[in-house]
Design a protein around this ligand. Structure first.
Ligand SMILES: [Zn+2]
Ligand SMILES: [Zn+2]
Length: 356
C-alpha cells in the first residue's frame, strides 16, 4: 500500500468513526482546497523582474480537447497582458493560476472569433478576481465595435453582480472594458502600445489578408524580447520586427495535413468544405515556413502555436513537425497549453517548463 493510500484509509476509518469527526475532516480538506484556490495565484510571475511568457491557448477554430483557442500571456515588471482571448482560453488562464486580478489589458491581433471569443470572460473573470479599473482592450481599427458588442452582451450580468454583491465588492468601473485603437504610422511601421516600468509593447502589421487589420506584438523588458505573430502568412515585416528576439511565438498550420482533407471533400461531393479548407491554407504559415522566419530573423527560440490541425498523438505530431528541424537548427518548441518560458534580465537563457 502506498503512503497516499494509507493516509486515505486512515481518513476514511476516522470518518466512519462518527459523523462529527467526518464533518470535521471534510471541513479541513475543503479549507485546504479553498486556501489553494484563494491564495494560489502565480503573482511571482508578475513581480520577479523576469520576462515570462505562458501559452494559454495553442489551438485554432478546429475543436481540440488538448488546446484552447488563441491566447498567450506575457508577464513582466509588475504587468500582465494577454495577447488574444480565444474560446476556452480564460478557463486555461484560471487553471494555470495566472493572477487575473492583475490583468493590465488584452492585446487583440485581429478579430477572428478564435481570437476574441473569451474577451467577455477576460473582463468578467478579472473583475470577479479583484480588478478595479476598466480593462484596456488594444487592437487595430474596429476594436471599439468588438468591445462595445461584448460590453452590451455582458451588461445584464454586470448589473446582476453589482446588485448582488454590492459596489464595494464589485466596483462598477472594474466591470467595464475600454477600447484602445492602435494606429500604425505606415504599413511596415510600428506603434508603441504600452511603455511603463521597463516593459515596452509595440504593435506591427502582419499579412492575414483579407483580414485587416492584423497585428503582431513585440515585448521588450530589461534586455529580453519576445514577438507574438498573431495569424499571418509568412511575413517579411514580421521578420524585420522579430529581428534578434529571444523568443518568437509563431502560428503554424500544416498545409500538407489539410490538403488531403480538401482532396477527400472534392472527390466526395463536399465542394463547400473543399472551398473552405483550400482557402484557410492561403493565409497561414506552415511549420517549415515558421522555421524559415525564425532563421531569417535570427531568433533564439521558436515556439509554434495556433496549431492546425489538432494533433491527437505522437504520429500526428511527427507529421506536423516534418522538415522543421532540417530547415533551422535552433531551439524549436511545439507549443502546448501551459508551456512557460522564463527569460531572466540581461541574459541569454530561455528556460522552458510547464505550469499545468
Ligand atoms: Zn486564428
Ligand atoms: Zn485569423
Amino acid at each position: 500500500m502506498s503512503k497516499k493510500q494509507a493516509v486515505w484509509l486512515l481518513l476514511l476509518s476516522l470518518a466512519a468513526a462518527s459523523s462529527t469527526s467526518c464533518d470535521r475532516i471534510e471541513s479541513r480538506i475543503i479549507a485546504r482546497q479553498a486556501a489553494k484556490a484563494l491564495n494560489g495565484d502565480r503573482n511571482d510571475l508578475v513581480d520577479d523582474q523576469k520576462l515570462h511568457v505562458v501559452l494559454c491557448g495553442t489551438g485554432s477554430p478546429l475543436a481540440d480537447p488538448q488546446r484552447a483557442s488563441a491566447c498567450t500571456a506575457v508577464l513582466a515588471g509588475g504587468h500582465f497582458f494577454l495577447v488574444d482571448a480565444g474560446p476556452g482560453a480564460l478557463r486555461e488562464v484560471a487553471l494555470l493560476r495566472l493572477p487575473r486580478a492583475r490583468l493590465d489589458g488584452v492585446l487583440l491581433t485581429h478579430f477572428h472569433s478564435d481570437h476574441i471569443g473569451d474577451l467577455g470572460e477576460a473582463v468578467m473573470q478579472s473583475w470577479v478576481a479583484g480588478r478595479k479599473a476598466p480593462l484596456p482592450i488594444y487592437g487595430g481599427p474596429g476594436v471599439e465595435r468588438v468591445v462595445n458588442g461584448f460590453r452590451e452582451a455582458y451588461a445584464l450580468d454586470t448589473g446582476y453582480r453589482i446588485a448582488h454583491h454590492g459596489a464595494e465588492a464589485m466596483p462598477s468601473a472594474g466591470g467595464l472594458a475600454e477600447a484602445k485603437t492602435v494606429m500604425l504610422p505606415a504599413p511596415d511601421g510600428s506603434a508603441v502600445v504600452f511603455d511603463a516600468d521597463g516593459l515596452k509593447v509595440t504593435a506591427f502589421a502582419v499579412d492575414h489578408l483579407p483580414v485587416e487589420p492584423a497585428y503582431g506584438y513585440r515585448f521588450e523588458f530589461r534586455g529580453r524580447s519576445v514577438v507574438i505573430s498573431g495569424d499571418t502568412k509568412k511575413s517579411d515585416n514580421l521578420i524585420r520586427q522579430a529581428r534578434d528576439v529571444d523568443l518568437l511565438v509563431h502560428e503554424a498550420l500544416a498545409a500538407r495535413m489539410i490538403e488531403p482533407v480538401t482532396d477527400y471533400a472534392l472527390h466526395n461531393g463536399l465542394s463547400r468544405w473543399a472551398k473552405l479548407t483550400s482557402d484557410i491554407v492561403k493565409y497561414h504559415t506552415t511549420p517549415v515556413e515558421a522555421a524559415e522566419v525564425a532563421k531569417s530573423a535570427h531568433v533564439r527560440v521558436l515556439a509554434l502555436t495556433h496549431i492546425v490541425p489538432p494533433l491527437p498523438n505522437f504520429v500526428a505530431r511527427r507529421m506536423f513537425m516534418r522538415g522543421v528541424a532540417q530547415t533551422w537548427d535552433g531551439k524549436i518548441e511545439l507549443g502546448k497549453d501551459g508551456m512557460h518560458f522564463t527569460l531572466p534580465p540581461n541574459d541569454t537563457s530561455v528556460a522552458v517548463d510547464s505550469l499545468s
